[in-house]
Design a binder for this molecule. Structure first.
Ligand code: AHR
Length: 499
């Protein structure tokens, strides 16, 4: 098998917004409690943050973290999560049938971000399920106003003298989903989101606001939801959200490996809907997308840790990812990059323990899941400008998506002129030869070809064997007379760097 494409710096998709490499921390299961926060753990710092996890999050290269939900936020009162920890109430979290202690809240989250370093910014989700305009305004005032008002002074009294300066706000979470506490029709939500957005802009016109799009392309309301919501909110929001989770069903691995085809169509359809609304409104403004939840998630598998209701930090959604899942995550990243011109933010859901690239054991170690690697490599090397990649590739038939190319690829040119090719071979059985013609790029050598692939498609990293799956170096990849030649192993994620 042989696939090819041509790269030319004159043909670009657009610059990569670093916020494409975001993640998500929800009060769900053990993402917060015993995930990022575990007072008493041997690696915990004075604030109870696990320094072993902080180190892995830094290595992962996360640029944005969405917080505090997810479904959790639609039953959440933000006031519960601030002030002296001992006085914070314990409450039912009806979304996940758990008990929330609020030992970790807004101030602790901001401290966590500060410890990650200046390059990770918050993205707060507002509760528009069971609350409304006033509570959203109050939270923004508490978080962002410098001082001299009741709410901002309350923040100062709570120990946070400096305003948090949170720029990005999600106007609710998955408001189209019948599972969402207080879910709404598109008309109801559109009006509420527009009113909330206008009120928040009265506080600060510079906020970046995200309207809830669909929680999935397969929902019956998809596209009509976006059209209705955006008709109300178009002028006052910056982004519309998309959520997508993929899993293998009925042993159909070839379709699973082609999940990025679904993501690609989903993105195109949401953009078409946005632009349709722009046309109707005769608006020159163009919205961008916030793909603020995406990942592989085995929703149809029975939970390996059945738990009783109303536990604190139960083991929920602790998917253990295989090398196959990592290849799919890599190809989803490729699709996000291929749409860099219209994607402003994307968040891998979630960060720790809950469908996450990082796992921890209470009182024990933290380790990288297989999916950690494609994300970390994309975040590290996928910065700059995405080049327009038009692939010529052999194809194969899949049950869900019909005929799909075996090669899925993109390329990013760094500001220093270096180039990184990200490529997935979807063929489970045969290697794929790749030839990339490089025009006008002034590249002289292959710096590294790294691959994630394994003879065992089920190979995974666990507490007992945390380093079973790691990327390996591939030899034999060469640059010869302006053409890059590489061999992509069967079912593999590849990062080829050139300088
Ligand atoms: O990420 C897990 C859940 O998936 C989130 O809480 C929700 O927004 C989505 O349905």
């Amino acid at each position: 098998h042989r696939a090819r494409f041509t790269l030319d710096p004159d043909f670009t998709v657009g610059p990569v917004d670093p916020r494409l490499y975001g993640s998500f921390v929800e009060h769900l299961g053990r993402c917060v409690h015993t995930g990022i926060h575990e007072p008493g753990h041997p690696a915990a710092d004075a604030e109870g943050l696990r320094t072993d996890v902080l180190e892995l999050v830094r290595e992962l290269g996360v640029t944005v973290i969405r917080y505090p939900g997810g479904n959790f936020v639609s039953g959440h009162r933000w006031e519960d999560s601030v002030g002296p920890v001992a006085e914070r109430p314990r409450r039912l979290d009806v979304a996940w049938r758990s008990t929330e202690s609020h030992r970790f809240g807004l101030s602790e989250f901001m401290a966590f971000l500060r410890k990650l370093g200046p390059r990770t910014e918050p993205m707060m989700a507002l509760n528009l399920g069971t609350r409304g305009v006033m509570e959203a305004m109050e939270l923004v005032e508490y978080a962002n106003h410098p001082g001299g008002t009741a709410l901002s002074d309350r923040r100062v009294a709570h120990g946070d003298k400096e305003p948090f300066g949170i720029r990005m706000w999600c106007l609710g979470n998955e408001m189209d989903g019948p599972w969402q506490t207080g879910y709404r029709t598109a008309e109801e939500y559109g009006r509420l989101a527009a009113r909330t957005a206008r009120a928040l802009r009265q506080i600060d016109p510079g906020l970046e606001l995200v309207a809830c799009g669909s929680s999935g392309r397969d929902l019956p309301t998809f596209a009509a939801w976006e059209a209705t919501v955006l008709a109300e909110t178009y002028d006052v929001v910056d982004h519309v959200s998309l959520h997508a989770y993929y899993e293998e069903t009925d042993g159909d691995r070839d379709s699973f490996l082609a999940s990025a085809e679904h993501m690609d169509v989903f993105i195109r359809e949401v953009l078409a809907t946005c632009d349709h609304v722009a046309a109707r409104l005769k608006s020159p403004k163009r919205l961008t997308l916030s793909f603020d939840e995406w990942n592989v998630w085995y929703q149809r598998r029975p939970d390996p840790h059945p738990v009783e209701d109303w536990q604190e930090a139960p083991r929920l959604l602790e998917d253990v990812y295989t090398v196959t899942d990592a290849v799919v995550v890599g190809s989803l990243l490729i699709t996000l990059l291929r749409h860099a011109d219209r994607i402003a933010v994307a968040c891998l859901a979630q960060l720790v323990n809950v469908i996450a690239p990082i796992m921890t054991e209470p009182g024990g170690p933290a380790w990288r899941q297989t999916t950690f690697f494609p994300f970390a490599q994309a975040s590290r090397y996928g910065r700059g400008t995405v080049l327009d990649v038009r692939v010529t590739s052999p194809t194969h038939r899949t049950e869900k998506y019909g005929e799909v190319p075996l090669l899925h690829a993109t390329a990013v040119r760094g500001e220093d002129g270096t180039l990184t090719v990200f490529a997935v071979n979807r063929d489970r059985h045969a290697p794929l030869r790749l030839d990339v013609a490089l025009r006008g790029l002034d590249l002289v050598r292959v710096v590294e070809h790294s691959a994630l692939a394994d003879a065992d498609p089920e190979a995974r990293n666990t507490l007992e064997a945390p380093d079973r799956v790691v990327p390996h170096r591939v030899t034999g990849t060469v640059l010869d007379e302006g053409v890059l030649h590489a061999l992509l192993e069967p079912m593999s994620w590849n990062v080829i760097r050139l300088a």
